[in-house]
Unconditional design. Structure first.
Length: 232
């Protein structure tokens, strides 16, 4: 028995899997697209405002069209905005350059101030070190002077209580109770020597050699060397 009816033709033949041929519709679409494109171009040419003798829109009709005028206005507006933006950008760049220059100047001044401060600190440290050295030298001198005074005071012979001024004065120069010089006037006469303004005047009158703690005249004059004896 045949798979197709007896009256079926070649077009009525169905493939075993039921897939119809698609070659015929594709062939029909190839000439439709150019036709539609040409129609659209013709309509646009008529809408713009006319065409030249060969059907092409004229330049005058294009430039006078509302669409062209709108596009030209948008272009000019875009150019104006671009010029404004460019000018603002240049102003901003100029301001940035000025700010950068000011910042560099401030940094330079700050660096100079820091160097000056460091120099002042170094100078102050040097002065403090010099002052410390001077203080140490003064302290050493004071200690040496104190030690020398103590040593000189230890060398002075202090007479025993109740001894006479004459015998004490004589112990500095001679033995056996004999006085050493004119200062014995305080012991021979029982009083004190005349007081003068300086040891030089006292010595010019043959007086002097007063011992601390023994002769009251000692308190009248300055013991410059601190040895316990004045006008010697």
């Amino acid at each position: 028995m045949s798979a197709n009816p007896p009256d079926a033709g070649p077009r009525d033949h169905v493939p075993p899997y039921g897939t119809p041929p698609a070659a015929a519709p594709r062939a029909r679409r190839r000439w439709v697209v150019p036709t539609v494109t040409g129609a659209v171009g013709l309509v646009l040419g008529i809408g713009v405002g006319g065409a030249s003798g060969d059907g092409t829109p004229s330049t005058e009709s294009i430039t006078q069209s509302a669409e062209y005028q709108s596009m030209t206005a948008e272009r000019d507006d875009a150019r104006d905005r671009l010029a404004t933006t460019t000018s603002a950008l240049e102003d901003t760049k100029t301001a940035l350059d000025e700010t950068t220059a000011e910042l560099d100047s401030v940094r330079s001044e700050q660096a100079a101030a820091e160097r000056a401060a460091a120099a002042r600190e170094d100078d102050l440290s040097a002065r403090e070190a010099a002052v410390t050295e001077r203080e140490q030298a003064v302290q050493e001198r004071e200690d040496a002077a104190t030690a020398a005074s103590a040593e000189q005071a230890a060398r002075i012979v202090t007479p025993p209580p109740g001894s006479s001024a004459g015998s004490s004065s004589g112990s500095l120069g001679t033995s056996g109770g004999t006085t050493a010089g004119p200062s014995s006037g305080s012991s021979s006469g029982g009083g004190t020597d005349p007081q003068y303004r300086t040891c030089k005047e006292a010595k010019s009158h043959g007086l002097g050699g007063y011992v601390r703690g023994v002769d009251p005249e000692y308190d009248w004059y300055r013991d410059s060397d601190g040895d316990g004896v004045v006008c010697e």
